[in-house]
Design a protein around this ligand. Structure first.
Ligand SMILES: NC(=O)c1ccc[n+]([C@@H]2O[C@H](COP(=O)([O-])OP(=O)(O)OC[C@H]3O[C@@H](n4cnc5c(N)ncnc54)[C@H](O)[C@@H]3O)[C@@H](O)[C@H]2O)c1
Length: 320
């Protein structure tokens, strides 16, 4: 512990991105609690130094934890993250992504938490954007219940900030990839391709493979989170003033991603092209210029990040 150490709650801290955020807060000397129901996260992702509480974020017990510990910072990463599940079962999605968030925020209100960092999604809140790379100020017209819930979360946080004085920063992530990712998240294709290449199996591509995404390495996402904990943003600027795109600004096609991973794996087992998936966005890349003005920029090249991810998956396999 040091002078600047804080009591930090990372919801979803047993998951892919949350567990990296936990590592970073521990490294800076914070006391860290993790609340996760292990629905997709893994207990082994949480280091011994963090207090682990297996709990649903919608559980009433969460409020007791807030009262007992008095968290100063909440990093809200727990979520139902699967777009397809949200389409099949919007109520289930909203139960976690809306009602769960509200339970966290009521806890934060009672405990007078200083700041909440919210994992939003630049891949879904803008819907099918007219402008690519997409700036924070673009229209927000999500096309899935998951996207609607993520955007609703930003509105709720804005309410808690204006009415109850809880600071927040929303980070609108692009497609995050890296060690510990599973195949079901927004950049699941990296894990899926890696796994197939390790098994020397051909890669399946939906559509012509020229659809593009903005792939951002998880270590860059962690530095964005740390940056967001210390930003001093004047209040009253509306939703987009406290939201930052977290991406690379670079569009990468699925074909290019497959090329890079094949190169890293050193094998070319072939590709099968299948019918385009309904409802899939054609292009999504984020304009990260505004966060750059506040001092954050990504540092990892796609090749370096993919190399590290591929090595990790080779060593440990991919979660089911
Ligand atoms: N991976 C991406 O590309 C990406 C992009 C944009 C936004 N995000 C957001 O980032 C956050 C983390 O995503 P991730 O990719 O690490 O996914 P993940 O599935 O690895 O992490 C989510 C974690 O939340 C936990 N969780 C789910 N429901 C819960 C509940 N009701 N109570 C307690 N814990 C619960 C899961 O067990 C898991 O550990 C999510 O909020 C997601 O919406 C991710």
């Amino acid at each position: 512990m040091n002078d600047t150490s804080r009591r930090v709650l990372v919801t979803g801290g047993a998951g892919f991105i949350g567990s990296h955020v936990v590592d970073a807060h521990l490294a800076r000397g914070d006391q860290v609690w993790v609340v996760d129901d292990l629905s997709s996260g893994k207990r082994e992702n949480v280091p011994e130094e963090a207090e682990f509480v297996e709990m649903d974020i919608a559980d009433a017990g969460l409020r007791d934890l807030f009262r007992d510990v008095g968290f100063q910072l909440v990093s809200h990463h727990a979520a139902q993250v699967n777009v397809r599940i949200s389409v099949d079962d919007p109520l289930l999605d909203a139960g976690v992504n809306v009602a769960g968030l509200l339970n966290v925020m009521e806890g934060a209100r009672e405990a007078r938490t200083d700041r909440v960092i919210y994992a939003s999604s630049g891949g879904v809140v803008y819907g099918e954007p007219e402008q690519v790379p997409t700036p924070e100020t673009a229209p927000k017209l999500p096309l899935s219940p998951y996207g609607v819930a993520k955007l609703a979360g930003e509105h709720y946080l804005h309410y808690y900030s204006e009415i109850h004085g809880i600071d927040y920063v929303a980070l609108r992530y692009a497609n995050v990839y890296g060690p510990r990712q599973d195949p079901h998240g927004e950049a699941g294709v990296v894990a899926i391709f890696s796994q197939r290449l390790i098994g020397e199996e051909e890669l399946t591509i939906f559509g012509d493979g020229e659809q593009t995404r903005d792939y951002v390495f998880v270590k860059d996402v962690v530095s964005a989170n740390l940056k967001a904990t210390d930003l001093n943003i004047p209040s009253g600027g509306g939703l987009d003033a406290v939201a930052f795109n977290v991406g690379t600004g670079q569009a990468t096609s699925v074909n290019r991603l497959a090329d890079l991973l094949e190169e890293i794996a050193g094998i070319h087992p072939g590709r099968v092209y299948r019918a385009e998936r309904l409802g899939e966005l054609r292009h999504s890349t984020l304009d990260t210029g505004r966060f750059a003005e506040w001092g954050w920029a990504p540092h990892f090249t796609l090749r370096d990040g993919l190399r590290e991810t591929f090595q990790f998956i080779t060593d440990t396999g991919v979660p089911g």
